[in-house]
Write a new protein. Structure first.
Length: 75
């Protein structure tokens, strides 16, 4: 179970990524954030950004156009 959930459903690129960044900035290292998005661009944008950050993508899934990401906040 994630420490926080960010529902970015209905938001278009780049808002899901921007809101994810803001949420992670407000979290402590080691906490987990679950992001829910419906914009298909999130499926590439969020993992790509995480690859350049101190945060870790724990899991990623897609079901009927809903994308879910669990992210561990880095230090």
């Amino acid at each position: 179970m994630a420490d926080r959930i960010l529902d970015a459903s209905g938001l278009r690129c780049p808002m899901p990524l921007l809101k994810t960044k803001l949420e992670l900035n407000a979290m402590n290292a080691g906490q987990e954030l679950e992001v829910i998005a419906t914009d298909s661009g999130s499926a590439r944008d969020i993992p790509a950004w995480l690859g350049m950050s101190s945060h870790t993508l724990v899991s990623q899934s897609e079901h009927h156009g809903e994308f879910r990401f669990v992210i561990k906040c880095g230090g």
